[in-house]
Design a protein around this ligand. Structure first.
Ligand code: AKB
Length: 319
């Protein structure tokens, strides 16, 4: 890598763990974290940090120049449930931030870009099971529309201007270090906190809502792998399907019950049910597995064990 890495949206759920992993891999001073707000102590103290609004092109450009940045990971975004409540704000954040970075890459101010897409690019008319890489995509959420549009622009900037942009369609990502904000898959994180605190949880999705999910360590591994892959192996320049697990709230509750036998779950679906119903239940990610040898490590029971251990440690230190 010629210069440093800049992570925009470094204090979010994925950004936090990605920053720490990249600092481990490439050195603390090589990875500049930035976000609109400060993040965890570990993130703030382990390397350079800048307050930055992802939509402020001049500020982002000044950070690229100041730190000698050659790679950008653009993790800032408004997620599905929150975006439904503020459609234009979500559209502006999700699209403006991407255009700034793609244009910097087009103008050779940076060399390489990572931008996350999501299973939200699919919609109610998409085949629900084993959703293929290339298929019908008619997303019905603001977030999904912004991610699908972003994918088209990534491919366009690659094909037309030779921009080295790489992207993954993340499923629901399960982790405990930093809470997610405003996603439809967040029930699968809340459930662990409530299981340990109260031995019960009321899910905002119906018991049989199957969704693609993944443990954070696998999501970070996929992100590092696609960014380290030789350019010719990255054949899809819109965004790769990426998959590990698929489960329903009922499956997850049963896996938690194996560890906490008294655990009880109830179901009170809200507006997020409609979003979840429009998304696939499972994803075919054979192209990622073939092109750059993607493999996941965590199955449902190992994810449950990691989450219960991680959240209970957090609850102990919070006391
Ligand atoms: C959300 O639920 O909005 C996100 C996603 C699947 O992209 N976790």
């Amino acid at each position: 890598m010629a210069g440093k890495i800049l992570i925009i949206g470094a204090c979010g759920q994925i950004g936090t763990e990605l920053t720490l992993k990249l600092r481990d891999l490439y050195g603390n001073d090589k990875v500049v974290a930035s976000d609109i707000r400060e993040g965890s102590e570990e993130l703030m103290e382990s390397g350079p940090f800048e307050i930055a609004d992802a939509t402020d092109a001049d500020l982002i450009e000044s950070l690229i120049n100041k730190h000698g940045v050659s790679e950008v990971y653009l993790m800032a975004a408004m997620l599905s449930a929150t975006a439904e409540k503020a459609p234009m704000k979500a559209w502006n954040l999700n699209m403006d931030s991407l255009f700034h970075i793609l244009n910097f890459a087009k103008d050779k101010k940076i060399e390489k870009v990572f931008w996350p897409s999501s299973i939200a690019v699919f919609g109610p008319t998409t085949p629900k099971n084993d959703t293929p890489q290339t298929t019908i995509m008619e997303p019905s959420t603001v977030y999904g529309i912004s991610k699908q549009t972003g994918e088209r622009w990534c491919e366009y900037f690659h094909d037309k201007y030779g921009v080295d942009v790489r992207s993954l369609r993340y499923p629901g990502i399960i982790s405990y270090k930093t809470l997610p904000g405003g996603g439809t898959t967040d029930y699968a994180i809340e459930i662990f906190h409530e299981a340990l605190k109260k031995k019960s949880y009321t899910s905002f999705l119906d018991e049989n809502t199957g969704l693609p999910m993944m443990y954070m360590d696998d999501a970070i591994k996929a992100t590092v792998d696609i960014m380290e892959a030789p350019s010719e192996k990255v054949k899809v320049r819109s965004s790769y399907n990426l998959s590990a697990l698929s489960f329903t709230p009922k499956d997850l509750a049963e896996a938690i019950e194996k560890e906490i036998p008294e655990f009880k779950i109830a179901y009170e679906p809200d507006f997020r049910q409609k979003i979840a119903d429009s998304w696939p239940s499972s994803i075919d990610d054979s192209e990622a597995r073939k092109d750059w040898q993607w493999e996941h490590d965590f199955d449902l029971q190992s994810l449950v064990k990691e989450m219960l251990n991680g959240v209970s440690e957090q609850l102990k230190t919070a006391k």
